[in-house]
Design a protein around this ligand. Structure first.
Ligand SMILES: *Cc1c(COP(=O)(O)O)cnc(C)c1O
Length: 357
């Protein structure tokens, strides 16, 4: 049966351990981010076996499942909570990232009512223009949070490389640390966490450029895929093939490279364009847009070329490969983050967990 997502748990454990060790040497804790793989418990366990200091996810559904699977580690909700969902947030997550005082008030009220304690990380926008308050509002907002009963201000956090593509730097992370100091000095309490981003901050860790004071990172992509999309690099000291997607060849034929007949629209309403490069050998795979985000998969064999896909069929030019591909063979792909996200939650993609030790 295909498609199949083959998951090497040893490599995920190894990657987590490597990231954690590099960060630990600089006093930085690592949260394992589980949203990229729908928080599948086997993978979460591999992250924890590798030494992740805690878990984090952007979706309450995943966090609730983590709790139902018996994970008792501290979990941070990575997306600003919905006002309509504060009960679940307080019940299932220990910590949430926040930027709206209205939401924090609701969290506080719920926490008090249910006699739970909830901790918040105040997100500061240092330039990427996704979530977070601007620096000039940090002190005032921290003061407001400190007056709330039921929630505690655990620290500050920032997110980068997501909307604006802004790279983490000694400067913008230094600003976060500085804002933390200002809160501590002027409001008279300690902040436990200064959370300096995700995978894109690992480059600064490698180069020992993370300003002192940053003591947490939230890592998904690097651990899972060994890549750092924001900095456009493969992370040389991590495995990049913990996940391999494969699908079976269901047709293999030589055909012209340009369709014959009047061209209308393809299955998704787009007008396709073709260049005539003669007769090509093409494989059709039992894999389509319903299974995975096609732009997020890359053939392991660099001589294969994806020509396109519809809902259920992937068309691959196999003319240039040295492999002897036959009907019934499986073709393997590596995944980008969006490829992994989509394949993980597709119910059509079977999952196989590999673990040697
Ligand atoms: C997804 C996410 C992360 C993890 O990012 P990676 O690039 O996968 O390491 C960190 N922080 C927040 C707020 C996120 O939403």
């Amino acid at each position: 049966m295909s498609p199949l997502l083959d998951i090497n748990l040893d490599k995920i454990r190894y990657n987590t351990a490597q990231v954690r060790e590099k960060c630990r040497q600089q006093g930085i804790a690592v949260l394992g981010v589980t949203k990229g793989f729908s928080a599948m418990p086997q993978i979460v366990s591999a992250m924890l076996a590798g030494g992740a200091d805690g878990l984090a996810d952007s979706r309450m559904e995943n966090i609730i499942e983590l709790r139902n699977s018996g994970f008792t580690q501290p979990i941070t909700l990575l997306r600003i909570p919905e006002l309509s969902d504060v009960e679940n947030v307080v019940r299932y997550a220990d910590i949430s990232v926040n930027s709206e005082i209205t939401v924090m008030e609701a969290l506080a009220e719920t926490a008090q009512k249910t006699e739970k304690s909830h901790q918040v990380i105040l997100m500061v926008d240092v330039g990427d223009l996704r979530e977070g308050i601007l620096k000039e509002h940090v002190l005032e907002t921290a003061k407001q949070i400190s007056r709330l009963k039921g929630v505690r201000l655990l620290g500050l956090g920032t997110n980068m490389g997501c909307f604006g593509g802004v790279l983490p730097s000694t400067d913008n992370l230094g600003l976060l640390v500085e804002l933390g100091f200002r809160i501590e000095n002027q409001l008279g309490f300690k902040l436990e966490v200064i959370s300096g981003g995700g995978t894109s901050t690992l480059l600064l860790v490698e180069n020992r450029k993370v300003p002192a004071g940053i003591n947490q990172l939230r890592i998904g992509e690097g651990i899972l895929l060994g890549t750092d999309t924001t900095n456009q690099r493969k992370i040389s000291w991590l495995w990049d093939d913990a996940f391999v997607l494969s699908a079976e060849v269901i047709e293999l034929k030589s055909k012209p490279s340009v369709p014959m007949g009047d061209i209308g629209r393809d299955a998704f309403g787009n007008v396709p364009e073709f260049v005539d490069i003669g007769i090509r050998k093409r494989a059709i795979l039992a894999l389509g847009k319903q299974d995975v985000y096609i732009e997020g998969i890359v053939p392991v064999d660099g001589n294969l070329k994806i020509l396109g896909a519809s809902s259920d069929h992937l068309i691959v030019d196999v003319t240039d490969t040295e492999q002897d591909i036959k009907v019934g063979d499986n073709i393997s792909f590596q995944l980008t983050y969006s490829g992994l996200v989509s394949a993980s939650h597709s119910r059509y993609v079977a999952k196989k967990f590999r673990e040697v030790q």
